[in-house]
Design a protein around this ligand. Structure first.
Ligand SMILES: Cc1cc2nc3c(=O)[nH]c(=O)nc-3n(C[C@H](O)[C@H](O)[C@H](O)COP(=O)(O)O)c2cc1C
Length: 277
């Protein structure tokens, strides 16, 4: 019988038939990422460093990779989305499939810019950290956004990096071709990736916030990926587009297909988006 006095570990025993051994990586992760009052200055040395080093502020304002030598496609202005928040929330669901249709560049730009573009007056051009619809611990933005294009008007298929350092400065840079079939296999959802017009990839670069928050930064980055993904999903819902968040994929296969190192650039979410069936 399960009573109030049953310890969580015993509950694990009841459900799964085993108790995690000492050194269980999942439990170690929780332990290692705790904040303890008496160890804060050791665990998060960057907090104090940032307070006392104003020279670092312009550096952290420039969060986000730049691929300046690559071909760039400017993203057009977003279209007006009139759907109410209540309706976008009400309609949101994970797509079970996609129509084999292309997206317009304006639709893709709207989705990406509403979710990720810094607000006017924020970002390095304004001398401040970016502020976006998606929150970030310390506004350090340890995430990157990528788009694997399959069918978008005026874009050659392939991997694109999303660059939005400042308001009104939004572009895609083409990185490489992508083996779509390999990505679909890696995602363990072949029909999703194969038919979606695009797959948005949310990746994390842990050191961008780890220098400040220590191990806790990894917890923060995972939470932030959830925020960003939900912002994308609700925006897609408001635009009447279909989308599905995929978090269960073969990491090394995704890394190999997209050219990520898997340690400093860690894929967290694949989000296929397109028109619904
Ligand atoms: C963190 C996370 C990971 C997910 N990973 C997958 C996945 O790997 N494959 C998949 O088909 N759906 C995935 N989903 C979608 C869920 O299965 C879906 O949200 C759930 O069934 C509820 O359905 P709904 O989104 O339509 O409300 C994931 C959702 C979340 C939040």
């Amino acid at each position: 019988m399960i009573t109030d006095s049953v310890h969580g570990a015993n509950l694990v025993d009841v459900v799964y038939g085993e108790v995690p051994a000492p050194g269980d990586p999942a439990e170690d992760f929780v332990e290692a990422t705790k904040i303890r009052r008496d160890a804060m200055s050791w665990d998060a040395p960057g907090v104090r460093m940032l307070q006392t080093t104003p020279e670092m502020h312009p550096i952290i304002a420039r969060a986000g990779q730049r691929h300046v030598s690559r071909a760039r496609t400017e993203l057009p202005a977003p279209m007006k989305v009139e759907t109410s928040v209540a309706d976008a929330l009400d309609r949101r669901c994970s797509a079970d499939g996609f129509a084999d249709e292309e997206l317009t560049l304006t639709e893709l730009a709207t989705l990406l810019r509403l979710a990720w573009e810094p607000r006017p007056g924020t970002g390095p051009a304004s001398g401040t950290q970016p502020r976006r619809a998606t929150p970030s611990a310390g506004a350090l933005f340890p995430l990157e956004l990528w788009v694997v294009v399959r069918r978008v008007e005026a874009l050659e298929p392939g991997l694109f990096h999303v660059e939005m350092p400042d308001a009104g400065n939004a572009s895609l840079t083409r990185i490489s071709e992508v083996d779509h079939a390999a990505l679909a296999r890696a995602a363990l959802q072949e029909n999703m990736i194969e038919n979606a017009a695009v797959t948005i990839v949310v990746s994390m670069m842990p050191w961008r916030s780890r220098f400040k928050y220590g191990h806790r930064a990894v917890r923060f980055a995972l939470m932030e990926a959830g925020h960003l993904c939900q912002t994308l999903l609700l925006t897609a819902s408001a635009m009447d587009l279909a989308a599905r968040p995929l978090g269960g994929f073969c990491d090394d296969e995704v890394n190999g297909t997209l050219g990520f190192c898997g340690v400093d650039e860690v894929p967290l979410y694949l989000v296929p988006v397109g028109r619904g069936q």
